[in-house]
Write a protein that binds this ligand. Structure first.
Ligand SMILES: *Cc1c(COP(=O)(O)O)cnc(C)c1O
Length: 228
């Protein structure tokens, strides 16, 4: 999509965010997988807060020589043997969902590394992330990984199967479940887990997610058009 269109889309979202959440700040992440560096930089110039990539290799190719001026987050599944390529590139690993990955991040880190825990709130076999009930025990176990700071929870909600009231209720229930889980994790007050962020909401459901209490929305299609 053209720079102008991307800028228009970003402005549109920012205005909508001010309407939906006038009293708090919601960060806008542009998801730039399969997008060019130029498209991503157009979104940065238009004022997005964060860029999200979902494959280490693609991110290294795109950003390895020169990082963007905003934070770069890893939002896709990370193989432990790829951590070494991404550890100095990403400002946050948002999709941590296993001991193995946390162990490797802690092992490779030179300083503090920000991470988020990914939760599979819809319990879908096709998705990564922890089951909701596994989340708090996992969070508690981060005491073992002193270089990791857990800034919050991240989720990919189930896609809406149809445009029915029942289906809307189901998605919103999952959103509320995430908010409750996030609050519960935060109230533990673990020193390694400030838990200030809830990354929830994509092109199809971001307005509901903001209404529910999300602090980071992740948009690809809305900002850049369909992925080819
Ligand atoms: C691709 C992707 C997005 C963006 O999805 P859109 O529906 O295109 O906005 C958000 N989060 C994750 C984890 C993704 O992989």
């Amino acid at each position: 999509m053209s720079k102008t269109l991307i800028a228009e889309r970003v402005a549109e979202i920012k205005e909508k965010l001010r309407e939906l959440a006038p009293d708090r700040r919601v960060s806008l992440m542009a998801v730039t997988k399969y997008r060019t560096r130029e498209e991503a930089l157009a979104a940065v110039a238009a004022g997005v807060d964060i860029l999200g990539e979902n494959r280490i290799q693609e991110a290294v190719q795109k950003w390895g020589d020169e990082k963007p001026s905003v934070a770069l987050h890893m939002i896709g599944h990370v193989q432990t043997n790829k951590v070494k390529y991404g550890i100095n590139l990403f400002d946050s690993f948002d999709s941590v969902d296993s001991d193995r990955l946390a162990e490797m991040l802690n092992h490779r880190a030179s300083g503090l590394v920000r991470v988020m825990i990914e939760v599979n709130v819809g319990r879908e076999t096709s998705k990564s992330g922890l089951m909701p009930e596994e989340t708090l025990p996992f969070l508690a176990s981060f005491e073992r990984w002193p270089k990791l700071q857990v800034t919050g929870l991240m989720t990919v909600l189930p896609a809406r199967q149809e445009n029915s009231v029942e289906e809307s209720r189901r998605i919103r229930r999952h959103m509320q479940e995430m908010v409750d889980l996030w609050r519960m994790c935060r109230s533990e007050g673990f020193p390694w887990a400030p838990m200030t962020e809830l990354s929830m909401g994509m092109t199809g459901d971001w307005e509901w997610a903001v209404e529910a209490g999300s602090t980071i929305i992740r948009l690809g299609t809305f900002l850049f058009g369909p992925r080819l």
